[in-house]
Design a protein around this ligand. Structure first.
Ligand code: 5RP
Length: 236
C-alpha cells in the first residue's frame, strides 16, 4: 500500500481480485452488487479481455451489475437461458462466524438471493469491517416491500419487536425504489437470536418480497485486510 491510499479501497480491490481469480473458463457466474463486487467484476473483465478466461457468461443481480458487466466486457445471459450457475461473487454488509449474512445495503438483496442461492459455489467478498459476532449489531436489516403494503408491513414488524424505517433516496426526493419497483424498509432488531427463523417469519408477512438475511448459503468468505500497512486476503 502506498502513502495516501485509502485502506478500505485497497482491501476491497484485493478481495475482489482474489474472488475473480477463482473463476474458471466455461463458467456461468453470478455477478453481485456493491462497491466490493465492482472490483471483482473489473478483474473478471480484465481476465476475459486478456484471453486468460474463455466462454464466461454472467448473470447480473442488479441494474448496477449489468452496467458494470457491459463496461468490463462480461457477456450476460438470463436465468431463462441457463440450467446452472457455477459460481457467484457478492458482497455483504455483515458476516457472522457461521458465514450467515445481512445483505441489501444496495437494495438488491431480492435478486441477489435468487442468483447467489442457485450457485454451486457462493463466494462472499468483504473487508474486515463487515465481520460481526452477531447479525444486526452494526447494520439494519433491509426488507423489500410492495409499495401498497408499506403501512401494514411496518406495523407487523413493530409487533415482532423491530423498529422499521423507510429507506430514503440520496440525491433523490422520496423513498429508494428497487430495480423491481418496490421500496425498502430498514429494520433495527435489538438482537437477532435466530436468523433462520427471522428470515422465514419476515418473508411470511404479506407484501414482503424478500429480506436481507442470507442463512446457510455461503460457501466461502474472502476477507480483505490491511496488516502493518500491507493488504492481504484471508479465507474463512
Ligand atoms: C447490495 C448488497 C451489497 O453486496 C452489500 O451492501 C455490500 O456492498 P459494499 O461491497 O459496497 O460494501 O448487499 O444489495
Amino acid at each position: 500500500m502506498t502513502v495516501g491510499q485509502d485502506p478500505v479501497k485497497v482491501m476491497k480491490q484485493e478481495v475482489g481480485k482474489a474472488a475473480a481469480a477463482r473463476v474458471k473458463s466455461g463458467s456461468i457466474v453470478g455477478l453481485g452488487t456493491g462497491s466490493t463486487t465492482a472490483y471483482a467484476l473489473e478483474y473478471l473483465g480484465a481476465r476475459i479481455q486478456s484471453g486468460e478466461l474463455k466462454d464466461i457468461k454472467g448473470i447480473p443481480t442488479s441494474f448496477q451489475a449489468s452496467v458494470l458487466a457491459k463496461q468490463y466486457g462480461i457477456p450476460l445471459i438470463t436465468l431463462d437461458e441457463c440450467d446452472r450457475i457455477d459460481i457467484a461473487i457478492d458482497g455483504a454488509d455483515e458476516v457472522d462466524p457461521q458465514k450467515n449474512l445481512i445483505k441489501g445495503g444496495g437494495a438488491a438483496h431480492t435478486r441477489e438471493k435468487i442468483v447467489d442461492t442457485l450457485a454451486e459455489e457462493f463466494i462472499v467478498v468483504v473487508d474486515s469491517s463487515k465481520l460481526v459476532d452477531k447479525l444486526g449489531s452494526t447494520f439494519l436489516l433491509p426488507v423489500e416491500v410492495l409499495p401498497m403494503a408499506i403501512a401494514p408491513v411496518m406495523r407487523k414488524i413493530e409487533q415482532l419487536g423491530g423498529k422499521p424505517q423507510l429507506r430514503m433516496g440520496v440525491k433523490k426526493a422520496g423513498p429508494v425504489i428497487t430495480d423491481q419497483g418496490n421500496m425498502v424498509i430498514d429494520v433495527k432488531f435489538d438482537a437477532i437470536a435466530n436468523p433462520a427463523e427471522l428470515e422465514k417469519t419476515l418473508n411470511n408477512i404479506p407484501g414482503v418480497l424478500e429480506n436481507g438475511l442470507f442463512v446457510g448459503v455461503t460457501d466461502v468468505v474472502l476477507v480483505g485486510e490491511v496488516k502493518d500497512g500491507k493488504p492481504s486476503v484471508r479465507e474463512f
